[in-house]
Design a protein around this ligand. Structure first.
Ligand code: ADP
Length: 205
Protein backbone atom coordinates (compact mmCIF):
# COMPACT_ATOMS: atom_id res chain seq x y z
CA UNK A 1 0.00 0.00 0.00
CA UNK A 2 1.16 3.60 0.31
CA UNK A 3 2.57 3.08 3.80
CA UNK A 4 6.33 3.49 3.63
CA UNK A 5 8.44 0.39 4.04
CA UNK A 6 11.61 0.36 6.07
CA UNK A 7 13.49 -0.15 2.77
CA UNK A 8 12.23 3.32 1.77
CA UNK A 9 13.06 4.74 5.19
CA UNK A 10 16.66 3.52 4.81
CA UNK A 11 16.80 5.05 1.33
CA UNK A 12 15.64 8.42 2.70
CA UNK A 13 18.11 8.23 5.61
CA UNK A 14 15.30 8.21 8.15
CA UNK A 15 16.80 4.88 9.24
CA UNK A 16 20.57 4.54 9.48
CA UNK A 17 22.72 1.42 9.39
CA UNK A 18 23.13 -0.34 12.72
CA UNK A 19 26.59 -0.51 14.27
CA UNK A 20 25.82 -3.83 15.93
CA UNK A 21 23.08 -5.73 14.09
CA UNK A 22 21.39 -8.45 16.14
CA UNK A 23 20.19 -10.39 13.09
CA UNK A 24 21.68 -11.07 9.64
CA UNK A 25 20.67 -8.72 6.84
CA UNK A 26 17.81 -9.91 4.64
CA UNK A 27 16.95 -7.44 1.89
CA UNK A 28 13.53 -8.93 1.11
CA UNK A 29 12.33 -8.35 4.68
CA UNK A 30 12.90 -4.61 4.33
CA UNK A 31 10.02 -4.46 1.86
CA UNK A 32 7.67 -6.31 4.18
CA UNK A 33 7.99 -4.16 7.31
CA UNK A 34 6.74 -0.60 7.79
CA UNK A 35 6.87 2.08 10.44
CA UNK A 36 4.02 4.56 10.55
CA UNK A 37 3.18 7.38 12.93
CA UNK A 38 -0.53 7.97 13.34
CA UNK A 39 -3.92 6.57 14.23
CA UNK A 40 -4.13 2.79 13.80
CA UNK A 41 -7.93 2.96 13.46
CA UNK A 42 -7.52 4.68 10.06
CA UNK A 43 -5.59 1.82 8.44
CA UNK A 44 -7.13 -0.14 5.62
CA UNK A 45 -5.39 -3.47 6.24
CA UNK A 46 -6.38 -7.08 6.88
CA UNK A 47 -5.96 -6.71 10.65
CA UNK A 48 -5.08 -4.15 13.26
CA UNK A 49 -3.99 -5.35 16.67
CA UNK A 50 -5.74 -3.99 19.73
CA UNK A 51 -3.90 -3.57 23.04
CA UNK A 52 -6.93 -4.81 24.94
CA UNK A 53 -7.63 -5.76 28.55
CA UNK A 54 -8.83 -9.10 29.98
CA UNK A 55 -12.51 -8.27 29.49
CA UNK A 56 -12.12 -7.44 25.76
CA UNK A 57 -15.00 -5.02 26.28
CA UNK A 58 -13.07 -1.82 25.62
CA UNK A 59 -10.93 0.51 27.70
CA UNK A 60 -8.57 3.46 27.45
CA UNK A 61 -6.00 4.44 24.84
CA UNK A 62 -5.85 2.55 21.60
CA UNK A 63 -8.49 0.10 22.88
CA UNK A 64 -10.99 2.93 23.36
CA UNK A 65 -10.15 4.41 19.97
CA UNK A 66 -10.66 1.05 18.21
CA UNK A 67 -14.00 0.34 19.91
CA UNK A 68 -15.17 3.89 19.23
CA UNK A 69 -14.29 3.67 15.54
CA UNK A 70 -15.57 0.10 15.06
CA UNK A 71 -18.94 0.74 16.68
CA UNK A 72 -21.06 -1.21 19.15
CA UNK A 73 -21.15 -4.39 17.03
CA UNK A 74 -17.51 -4.97 17.95
CA UNK A 75 -18.38 -5.01 21.65
CA UNK A 76 -21.21 -7.44 20.93
CA UNK A 77 -18.84 -9.88 19.23
CA UNK A 78 -16.24 -9.41 21.98
CA UNK A 79 -18.86 -10.30 24.58
CA UNK A 80 -19.08 -13.80 23.06
CA UNK A 81 -15.33 -14.45 23.46
CA UNK A 82 -15.21 -14.90 27.27
CA UNK A 83 -12.28 -12.54 27.75
CA UNK A 84 -8.61 -13.15 27.03
CA UNK A 85 -5.55 -14.06 29.11
CA UNK A 86 -2.38 -12.00 29.27
CA UNK A 87 -0.15 -12.94 26.34
CA UNK A 88 -3.00 -14.48 24.36
CA UNK A 89 -5.01 -13.05 21.42
CA UNK A 90 -8.45 -13.40 19.83
CA UNK A 91 -9.75 -12.24 16.46
CA UNK A 92 -12.97 -10.44 15.51
CA UNK A 93 -14.32 -8.65 12.50
CA UNK A 94 -13.56 -4.93 12.05
CA UNK A 95 -17.14 -3.66 11.60
CA UNK A 96 -17.03 0.11 10.88
CA UNK A 97 -13.23 0.17 10.79
CA UNK A 98 -11.46 0.29 7.42
CA UNK A 99 -9.52 -2.74 8.69
CA UNK A 100 -11.19 -6.10 7.97
CA UNK A 101 -10.31 -7.65 11.35
CA UNK A 102 -9.20 -6.76 14.83
CA UNK A 103 -6.80 -9.02 16.71
CA UNK A 104 -7.28 -8.33 20.40
CA UNK A 105 -4.28 -9.15 22.55
CA UNK A 106 -3.76 -8.55 26.27
CA UNK A 107 -0.32 -7.20 27.10
CA UNK A 108 1.24 -7.47 30.56
CA UNK A 109 0.94 -4.71 33.14
CA UNK A 110 4.60 -3.86 33.66
CA UNK A 111 6.41 -4.61 36.95
CA UNK A 112 10.20 -4.26 37.02
CA UNK A 113 10.50 -7.03 39.62
CA UNK A 114 9.06 -9.49 37.08
CA UNK A 115 10.85 -8.13 34.02
CA UNK A 116 11.64 -11.56 32.53
CA UNK A 117 8.05 -12.83 32.87
CA UNK A 118 6.66 -9.57 31.46
CA UNK A 119 8.98 -9.80 28.45
CA UNK A 120 7.82 -13.36 27.77
CA UNK A 121 4.18 -12.31 28.01
CA UNK A 122 4.72 -9.34 25.70
CA UNK A 123 6.58 -11.54 23.19
CA UNK A 124 3.67 -13.97 23.31
CA UNK A 125 1.24 -11.15 22.39
CA UNK A 126 3.17 -10.46 19.20
CA UNK A 127 3.74 -14.13 18.34
CA UNK A 128 0.17 -15.29 18.88
CA UNK A 129 -1.23 -12.26 17.01
CA UNK A 130 1.02 -13.08 14.05
CA UNK A 131 0.01 -16.75 14.19
CA UNK A 132 -3.67 -15.78 14.27
CA UNK A 133 -3.20 -13.59 11.20
CA UNK A 134 -1.63 -16.46 9.26
CA UNK A 135 -4.23 -18.95 10.48
CA UNK A 136 -6.93 -16.64 9.06
CA UNK A 137 -5.06 -16.19 5.75
CA UNK A 138 -4.49 -12.49 6.42
CA UNK A 139 -1.70 -10.78 4.50
CA UNK A 140 -1.08 -7.60 6.50
CA UNK A 141 -1.16 -6.81 10.18
CA UNK A 142 -0.58 -3.53 12.04
CA UNK A 143 0.63 -3.39 15.65
CA UNK A 144 0.42 -0.54 18.12
CA UNK A 145 3.09 -0.42 20.82
CA UNK A 146 1.44 -2.96 23.14
CA UNK A 147 1.58 -2.35 26.92
CA UNK A 148 3.57 0.90 26.65
CA UNK A 149 0.68 3.22 27.52
CA UNK A 150 -1.52 2.70 30.56
CA UNK A 151 0.19 -0.67 31.23
CA UNK A 152 3.53 1.09 31.83
CA UNK A 153 5.99 -1.08 29.90
CA UNK A 154 9.15 0.98 29.19
CA UNK A 155 9.10 1.85 25.49
CA UNK A 156 12.72 0.87 24.77
CA UNK A 157 12.41 -2.58 26.33
CA UNK A 158 9.02 -3.15 24.73
CA UNK A 159 10.33 -2.19 21.29
CA UNK A 160 13.21 -4.67 21.53
CA UNK A 161 10.67 -7.40 22.32
CA UNK A 162 8.35 -6.36 19.47
CA UNK A 163 11.10 -6.18 16.84
CA UNK A 164 12.73 -9.45 17.91
CA UNK A 165 9.45 -11.35 17.85
CA UNK A 166 8.40 -10.01 14.46
CA UNK A 167 11.84 -10.69 12.96
CA UNK A 168 11.81 -14.27 14.28
CA UNK A 169 8.32 -14.81 12.92
CA UNK A 170 9.14 -13.41 9.48
CA UNK A 171 12.17 -15.72 9.39
CA UNK A 172 9.95 -18.75 10.04
CA UNK A 173 7.98 -20.76 7.50
CA UNK A 174 4.68 -19.15 8.57
CA UNK A 175 6.28 -15.73 8.20
CA UNK A 176 6.47 -16.22 4.44
CA UNK A 177 2.68 -16.07 4.33
CA UNK A 178 2.58 -12.43 5.50
CA UNK A 179 3.09 -9.60 3.03
CA UNK A 180 3.42 -6.75 5.51
CA UNK A 181 3.87 -6.04 9.20
CA UNK A 182 3.26 -2.41 10.15
CA UNK A 183 4.46 -0.89 13.42
CA UNK A 184 2.22 2.04 14.32
CA UNK A 185 3.48 4.63 16.79
CA UNK A 186 1.57 7.50 18.23
CA UNK A 187 4.14 9.87 19.75
CA UNK A 188 7.31 11.46 18.35
CA UNK A 189 9.35 9.91 21.16
CA UNK A 190 8.10 6.41 20.38
CA UNK A 191 8.80 6.94 16.69
CA UNK A 192 12.43 7.82 17.50
CA UNK A 193 12.78 4.67 19.60
CA UNK A 194 11.59 2.51 16.69
CA UNK A 195 13.79 4.38 14.21
CA UNK A 196 16.81 3.76 16.43
CA UNK A 197 16.14 0.07 17.03
CA UNK A 198 14.71 -1.19 13.70
CA UNK A 199 18.18 -1.27 12.03
CA UNK A 200 19.42 -3.72 14.69
CA UNK A 201 16.66 -6.24 13.87
CA UNK A 202 16.27 -5.47 10.15
CA UNK A 203 19.76 -4.44 9.08
CA UNK A 204 20.33 -2.82 5.70
CA UNK A 205 23.58 -4.73 5.08
P1 ADP B 1 -1.71 -0.51 27.05
O1 ADP B 1 -2.88 -0.54 27.99
O2 ADP B 1 -1.44 -1.87 26.42
O3 ADP B 1 -0.51 0.12 27.65
P2 ADP B 1 -2.46 1.92 25.57
O4 ADP B 1 -3.58 2.03 24.62
O5 ADP B 1 -2.54 2.67 26.85
O6 ADP B 1 -2.22 0.34 25.79
O7 ADP B 1 -1.13 2.35 24.83
C1 ADP B 1 -0.47 1.58 23.86
C2 ADP B 1 0.15 2.49 22.82
O8 ADP B 1 -0.85 2.87 21.87
C3 ADP B 1 0.71 3.80 23.37
O9 ADP B 1 1.96 4.04 22.76
C4 ADP B 1 -0.31 4.84 22.90
O10 ADP B 1 0.30 6.10 22.71
C5 ADP B 1 -0.71 4.26 21.58
N1 ADP B 1 -1.99 4.73 21.02
C6 ADP B 1 -3.06 5.31 21.63
N2 ADP B 1 -4.05 5.57 20.75
C7 ADP B 1 -3.60 5.14 19.53
C8 ADP B 1 -4.15 5.12 18.20
N3 ADP B 1 -5.36 5.58 17.93
N4 ADP B 1 -3.37 4.59 17.20
C9 ADP B 1 -2.16 4.09 17.45
N5 ADP B 1 -1.61 4.07 18.67
C10 ADP B 1 -2.30 4.60 19.70
Amino acid sequence: KDIRTIAELFKDNVLRSAKEPRFPANASLLNRVSLLQGDITKLEVDAIVNAANHSLLGGYGVDGAIHHAAGSELREECRTLNGCDTGDAKITKGYNLPSKHVIHTVGPVYQSSYAELKAQQLASCYRISLQLAVKNSLKHIAFPSISTGVYGYPIGNATHVALKEVRNFLDSEDGLKLDRVIFVVWSDDDKRVYENLIPQYFPLE
